[in-house]
Design a protein around this ligand. Structure first.
Ligand code: SF4
Length: 336
């Protein structure tokens, strides 16, 4: 589909179809900024443009959180497959939490999407279409467009590497939605091969790696992919990533009462990360159907933070669970 093409791929496609690639700018703007510059397109180019298909999305369900900061949408594609897209707005800044796959192959035990298995990958156009959809919603409310993107919806983005990279190329293109690469965050459960490719890509996106356990046994019980890429290999890859890119890696640690929230866990986490260019985000668990774990008390969360920060000197913050009442953990709506 036409919205799958990055600018350079669009130029190649035009060339292949016998159309002057000079038209790529106007067509790219038409697709990704919604403005068809009719006068800029000759008759034959316009005919070509109108013969092309664009990704179509249908809203199946929409829920807003009680605090009004989060709106969650279940969106359906032409083949009937459904995904979730979340719009988070705070003090006039809007962030899109978008999906990269329908379902997910990683099978994390605390995640509703993981229970679905991988149904299929999204195309670049289907990833981009989620942002266009949210921008139309924002425009209808007279609000400014999306300025931040987190690849933290359904799916493991680095397991669908090329379409995700193409989608982010499009979303950060100044001729398109023009989102700053520094405001794009890719969240991975520890897909080591993908982290290596991302480091090689030269893209300046922010990288967040989910750890959740300080030993292979503990982490493997929550994240099955740890068997393929154990902690030592994952953290070596994160170190290499920082050396290659000069960027810190964000480490996500979902706190689950009784499973990984003790003082001992905090100390072992600190030991693992000491000296690395990292920032830890602590996330009290978002309860999901089918997983019995619960978030720890606020007191426990602060005690955990204190140990990691003071004893290991690792920077750490607590992430708020916005939208918990709309099931804004990945896959909680579409999965139901
Ligand atoms: S947490 Fe992320 S990687 Fe793990 S199963 Fe869920 S969507 Fe997949």
């Amino acid at each position: 589909m036409l919205d799958d093409f990055t600018f350079s791929k669009l130029q190649d496609r035009l060339q292949k179809d016998g159309i002057n690639p000079f038209n790529a700018s106007a067509i790219f703007r038409a697709v990704h900024q919604g403005s068809i510059e009719a006068s800029a397109l000759g008759k034959s180019v316009r005919k070509w443009y109108e013969s092309q298909e664009l990704c179509q999305l249908e809203v199946v369900r929409e829920i807003s959180s009680s605090d009004g900061y989060t709106r969650k949408f279940v969106l359906r594609f032409c083949d009937g497959k459904e995904i979730e897209t979340v719009l988070m707005g705070y003090e006039g800044r809007h962030t899109a939490c978008i999906s990269s796959q329908v379902g997910c192959a990683m099978g994390c035990v605390f995640c509703a999407t993981g229970k679905m298995g991988l149904l299929r990958n999204l195309t670049a156009g289907e990833i981009v279409a989620q942002v266009h959809f949210l921008n139309r919603k924002l425009a209808a409310d007279g609000r400014p467009p999306i300025r931040n993107i987190v690849m933290m919806g359904m799916g493991e983005p680095l397991h669908n590497f090329e379409p995700v990279m193409d989608a982010l190329d499009i979303l950060t293109d100044p001729r398109g939605p023009c989102i700053s690469p520094a405001r794009v965050s890719i969240s991975t459960v520890g897909h080591v091969a993908g982290i290596r490719k991302l480091a090689e890509s030269g893209k300046n996106y922010s990288l967040s790696v989910s750890l959740h356990g300080a030993s292979d046994e503990e982490r493997g019980a929550l994240i099955p992919v740890n068997k393929r890429w154990p902690i030592a290999e994952l953290l070596t890859t994160c170190r290499d990533y920082s050396v290659k890119t000069g960027s810190k890696v964000f480490i996500a640690w979902t706190l689950i009462e009784g499973a990984n929230d003790s003082d001992d866990h905090a100390r072992r986490l600190g030991e693992l990360l000491k000296g690395m260019l990292v920032h830890v985000n602590l996330i009290p668990l978002n309860p999901t159907d089918g997983f019995e774990g619960r978030p720890p008390s606020e007191e426990r969360v602060y005690q955990f933070l204190k140990i990691v920060k003071q004893e290991a000197g690792v920077p750490v913050t607590i992430r708020q669970r916005r939208g918990i009442d709309v099931g804004a953990g990945c896959g909680q709506l579409a999965g139901s």
